[in-house]
Design a protein. Structure first.
Length: 75
């Protein structure tokens, strides 16, 4: 009998703890979700800037090479 009572009390205790955790998890997510989203957006922007820089450098290099080879062929 005492084992059964202990088991029931343990289940109730766990349910109470679970309810509290769910409640606090919702509040924590409310506060940190915008922060996490901003971090992800910032990271993606940095990646995009790097790709753009690489593309611009490649284009400049390509234009320079084209001009240089064009000048050689005219002479």
């Amino acid at each position: 009998m005492t084992k059964r009572i202990k088991k029931i009390l343990f289940k109730r205790k766990m349910q109470r703890i679970l309810r509290k955790v769910k409640k606090h998890a919702g509040v924590i997510l409310l506060f940190f979700l915008p922060f996490i989203a901003l971090c992800i957006i910032h990271h993606l922007k940095k990646k995009a800037k790097k790709k753009i820089k690489k593309a611009v450098k490649a284009k400049i290099r390509e234009d320079f090479d084209n001009r240089f080879h064009k000048d050689e062929s005219e002479e």
